[in-house]
Ligand binder design. Structure first.
Ligand code: PRP
Ligand code: URA
Length: 211
């Protein structure tokens, strides 16, 4: 299989088991949302391995202890709709983050992303890590559009989180933005002619929201 420098697959056995349940056609919306929430916590956790820390001291009941705090602030950016399913797990982990929504849908015929909601500051400060999240990275069009939106606003440090990605989508994103790090729970080989990841899990938005 092709190797991608900036792709990180969270292949912890727990994530593998949870994604298997998520893919299952018999998994209904309530369980589907719970699974994505849990998986998202682990993917966020993996995505934090390289973040910078600042040394601090805290007072324990007995003495001073050396410790750490994050050097950066975080923006969590779910892509509507399906990205919403990842936000609860992400904010459980990074409790002190800003949440900034990006509204995108794919045109069903062209598969091109259409932007319908963006409300962001003109400038993202340099000390901010932007974590974009969407459970499905298929052709990569939506990811590229969301990354572009943040880059236009000077975001310097962007991570992209998905639950399932396709090889083609990852390739497309990293060819356009080699500096982005992608974290995913699973990497699937194929896209079908409608741009769905195969075997994937079907339409993530529909399965999350019961539509
Ligand atoms: C899905 C998914 C991603 C996009 C991925 O959204 O949630 O945003 O498709 O496909 P791509 O990599 O080919 O761009 P969809 O357009 O179905 O919108 P929804 O989340 O509102 O259902
Ligand atoms: N969007 C989805 O929800 N699923 C796919 O497989 C591809 C795009």
């Amino acid at each position: 299989m092709e190797k991608f420098n900036n792709l990180f697959i969270c292949d912890n056995p727990l994530v593998k088991v949870l994604i298997t349940e998520l893919r299952d056609i018999n998994t209904q919306s309530v369980k589907f949302r719970r699974l994505i929430r849990e998986i998202s916590r682990y993917i966020v956790y993996e995505s934090l391995r390289d973040v910078e820390l600042t040394s601090i001291e805290v007072k324990t009941p007995l003495d001073l202890a050396k410790g750490y705090k994050f050097s950066n602030k975080f923006i969590l950016a779910p892509i509507l709709r399906a990205g919403l399913s990842m936000i609860d797990g992400a904010i459980d982990t990074l409790t002190d983050s800003q949440i900034r929504h990006i509204g995108l849908y794919r045109n069903e015929e062209t598969l091109e992303p259409v932007e319908y909601y963006v409300k962001l500051p003109d400038n993202i400060p340099d000390n901010t890590i932007v974590i974009i999240m969407d459970p499905m990275l298929a052709t990569g069009g939506s990811a590229i559009s969301a990354i572009k939106t943040f880059k236009k606003r000077n975001a310097k440090n962007i991570k992209y989180l998905s639950v399932i990605a396709s090889i083609q989508g990852v390739k497309n994103v990293l060819e356009n933005y080699p500096d982005i790090k992608i974290f995913t729970g699973a990497l699937d080989n194929e896209l079908n002619r409608n741009g769905y990841i195969v075997p994937g899990l079907g339409d993530a938005g529909d399965r999350c929201f019961g539509t």
